[in-house]
Write a protein that binds this ligand. Sequence first.
Ligand code: 13P
Length: 251
Amino acid sequence: MTAQRRPLVAANWKMNGSLASNADWTAAFVARAASLHCDVVVCAPFPYLCTLGRSVAPAELGAQDLSERTAGAFTGDVAGEMLADVGCRWVIVGHSERRQLHGETDAVVAAKAARALQAGLRPIVCVGETLAEREAGRTQEVVRTQLAAVLGAIGEAALARGALAYEPVWAIGTGRNATPRQAQEVHAALRAQVVERDRASAAALRILYGGSVKPANAAELFSQPDIDGGLIGGASLSAADFLAICMAVGT
Ligand code: 13P
């Protein structure tokens, strides 16, 4: 990371938590959060967003998905405006678990990023290759195509109001993180792709790394010049581990 971009660390709780465990997490987090030198976002499951509200401050609240549509007859879907209404400022878009388990295409992801912005939410747009794609030498091509779809829909300045997250699918929940060098290589390529459109937006864009980030590997990952923070899954379920990761920023 560089001094010109304030680091951002986001928790993605995925489908985990309960009213009781969320309250414990929040109490433990808030007790030590004042000393953090980064922006923090907590992305919780839909049912808990309303209750969490401002209780996670100084962290901001985020959701893990939104509908690409506005309000209407779409059973089970959640509109961006609803998320903003209950206090969300951020929303994850295009997580690989949504792409893989719910068939979200690049076009759907791009439409969701656009909807997020229309609803006043800052999107955290996820890109990343599978193991087969990496082994076939297709990593750069895959993430380039994923990013191009979003840039085409919302433009680089709007993307920079949110964040981009590089999450290699093979590193998610596997305990096998990308090496700092592997991650930096992809982050640099993603930023270069934005430079092609606008240098200032590229310089402002925060690119997060996600995939088996832990207290033990966070500092080295975050020390890379184009890694501006992290999107944390499993380790974010422990407030202590998540705080330790946040504190690894700038060390
Ligand atoms: P893990 O940190 O559990 O590997 O998950 C990463 C992720 O998918 C965050 O969105």
